[in-house]
Design a protein. Structure first.
Length: 113
C-alpha cells in the first residue's frame, strides 16, 4: 500500500503506519529519521531512572547490612557460657527456695504477744 506524505506546511514529520518509519521534512525533501535514536533516548532515560531506584535500594540495603553487623557484634560480645552458668545458679536457688517454702508451710508457729 502506498504511503502519502502530508503537506509539509501543515506538519514536518510523518510516520508510515505499515513500516513504522518516521520521516522528517527538511531542506525541501522528506528523509527517514532514525527511530533508533528515539528508542535509545527512551532506553537511556529508562535505565537512568532505574539506576536511581537501584542506587536508592542499594543505599537502603547497605544501611540494613550495617545495622545487622552492629547487632551481630553486640551478640558476639555476649558471654553465652557465663549466662548459662548464671541461669543454672538461679534455677538451683529457686529449687532451694521452693523447698524452704514447703517446709515452712508445714511448720506451726506460736506467736506470743
Amino acid at each position: 500500500m502506498a504511503f502519502t506524505f502530508p503537506d509539509p506546511s501543515v506538519t514536518t514529520t510523518a510516520t508510515n503506519p505499515e513500516t513504522g518509519i518516521t520521516y522528517e521534512y527538511a531542506d525541501g525533501m522528506w528523509t527517514p529519521v532514525s527511530d533508533t535514536d528515539i528508542k535509545q533516548d527512551a532506553e537511556i532515560a529508562f535505565l537512568q531512572n532505574n539506576e536511581t531506584v537501584d542506587r536508592l535500594l542499594l543505599t537502603n540495603l547497605a544501611a540494613r547490612v550495617n545495622e545487622n553487623e552492629d547487632d551481630i557484634d553486640d551478640l558476639a560480645e555476649l558471654d553465652i557460657n557465663n549466662a548459662i552458668s548464671l541461669l543454672q545458679i538461679a534455677r538451683q536457688d529457686i529449687i532451694e527456695l521452693k523447698s524452704k517454702v514447703s517446709t515452712l508451710e508445714l511448720t506451726s508457729f506460736l506467736i506470743l504477744e
